[in-house]
Design a protein around this ligand. Structure first.
Ligand code: NAP
Length: 475
């Protein structure tokens, strides 16, 4: 169902689209499929609500967000099962996604109360200069399937905290988590029109959102290719944009690293969500003196990961989202093997009685080289390639040699090296001996073609605010 102006409703045309469980290949739901007309209606509802919502006090907006966060926690199990059923990640990861979504909503409930203005020392004694921060207006959000709940939370929470209203288009592969989130909005009595849900094909919904002069902000999470297209489409109406795009994270293991901790970190950053996150490790650079030993430890840990339906106990790695992802993973492995990559574990589709869907074995490949496809393309799957290096400067150059700049990780026990390397990596997020840097109070976003803007942290709410400078002449 769509949620427009506080009402659940079907598409005007009566059209629906199927939602498939990637672990079984079975249809789990039919949902309304909206077109241009409903998208326009949602924009108008958000616009009408904006004039009222922006005038609510920060404390009032904050209280709504607190209630939404509580609802998310109350429905944690139901939400987690929905996430796993429609996109495949193991239930434990889905529960953590619900926790993370609630934590972002709570963070922005607090941030709503900290949108301060400024006064500026004037250059004349009869002048008074100040800055107001005001909500930008209607924001349109477009989100991917890999974190079907938290990507929405990270956009809607700062928008409504700032006083904006929102139209959201979730990925059609995962609309059920979005609908559940809107149930939370409904139950928290969020005023009508403040948040609107449009489920529909990109080619119908996208151009209406980007082309509308009413929509003042586009916030997108997804691939770099689609982000570039949305930037072009938003140019005609000169919208403010936030772009959370693709990544190609390097993971560097220096010769002085704690190898056990580094291998654990590499497993966590590579195989979380079956390799389908923008901050997943894509290239593991290991100092040549420890490459063999590290490869052995990593392969042993990867072999220990249990593949299966994410709803089952003990499963660490679920299915890939669809046929195209599955083929890309196979292509990367085949290309690496053809170029003398040595498979230390995995390397094949994973088959087991009773499993449908697109499962692939957790894979570690050593002797990776820069001419392999995996060295330049985001794999978005469970393949860990190990490259080797000799010198610190060499590995920094290699790590930075990509159009992407989202997350990078490195392991060392040398403090001076740590300070040097963290400064030199051209990435928006750096984990130094830390495989889990993401948290609501930290700014999340990328350098270069990984994006524009930040989600979370102190800067997250600024993405939804305009700065108004006022000069007063006391005549
Ligand atoms: P995607 O193909 O770019 O799709 C993302 C969203 O954009 C979906 O809702 C999609 O809907 C929509 N979309 C596609 N074409 C559109 C168009 N022309 N106009 C309007 N909307 C359009 O990405 P994905 O495969 O879902 O997600 C994986 C990518 O997201 C990876 O590259 C990953 O690195 C990136 N990602 C980045 C972050 C980050 O924070 N930086 C976080 C998560 C994921 P349709 O399905 O209908 O096309």
């Amino acid at each position: 169902m769509l949620y427009i102006n506080g009402e659940w409703r079907p598409a005007n045309s009566g059209k629906t689209m199927e939602v498939i469980n990637p672990a079984t290949g079975e249809k789990i739901a039919d949902v309304a499929s909206a077109g241009k007309g409903e998208t326009q209606e949602a924009i108008e509802a958000a616009n009408a609500a904006f004039s009222i919502w922006r005038k609510r006090t920060a404390q009032e907006r904050s209280a709504y967000l607190e209630r939404i966060a509580d609802k998310l926690q109350e429905k944690k199990e139901e939400l987690a099962r929905t996430i796993t059923t429609e996109m495949g990640k193991p239930l434990g990861e889905a529960r953590r996604e619900v926790d993370s979504s609630a934590a972002y909503v709570k963070w922005f409930a607090e941030e709503a109360k900290r949108v301060y203005g400024e006064t500026i020392p004037a250059n004349q004694s009869d002048k008074h200069l100040m800055i107001l921060r005001q909500p930008i207006g209607v924001a349109a959000a477009i989100t991917p399937w890999n974190f079907p709940l938290s990507m929405i939370a990270r956009k809607i929470a700062p928008a409504i905290a700032a006083g904006c209203t929102v139209v959201i288009k979730p990925a059609p592969a995962t609309p059920l988590s979005a609908m559940k989130m809107f149930e939370c909005f409904d139950e928290a009595d969020l005023p009508k029109g403040v948040a609107n849900l449009i489920i529909g094909p990109a080619e119908e919904v996208g151009p209406v959102l980007t082309g509308s002069p009413i929509v003042r902000k586009i916030t997108f999470t997804g691939s770099t290719a689609v982000g570039k297209l949305l930037l072009k489409q938003s140019a005609d109406t000169v919208k403010k944009v936030s772009m959370e795009l693709g990544g190609h994270a390097p993971f560097i293991v220096f010769e002085d690293a704690d190898l056990e901790a580094a291998a654990k970190g590499a497993i966590a950053t590579k195989f979380v969500n079956n390799g389908q996150t923008c901050i997943c490790t894509n290239r593991i650079y290991v100092h040549e003196s420890i490459k063999e030993e590290f490869g052995k430890i990593l392969a042993e840990k990867a072999r220990g990961l249990k593949v299966g339906n994410g709803l089952e106990d003990g499963v660490n790695v679920g299915p890939l989202i669809n046929q195209a992802s599955y083929e890309k993973v196979q292509r990367h492995v085949q290309d690496a093997v053809a170029k003398n990559g040595q498979v230390l574990c995995g390397g094949n589709p994973y088959e087991e009685d009773g499993l449908g869907g697109y499962f692939f074995e957790p894979t570690v490949i050593t002797n990776a080289t820069e001419d392999m496809q995996i060295a330049t393309e985001e794999t978005f799957g469970p393949v860990a390639p190990i490259f080797s290096f000799k010198e610190e400067a060499e590995v920094i150059e290699k790590a930075n040699n990509t159009p992407y700049g989202l997350a990078a990780y490195f392991y060392t026990s040398d403090l001076s090296r740590g300070l040097r390397v963290m400064a030199e990596l051209d990435y928006g997020i750096v984990g130094l001996n830390d495989p889990a840097p993401v948290t609501p109070q930290g700014p999340f976003g990328g350098y270069k073609e990984s994006g524009i803007g930040r989600e979370g942290g102190k800067s997250g709410i600024l993405e939804y605010l305009e700065e108004k400078y006022i000069s007063i002449h006391m005549i």
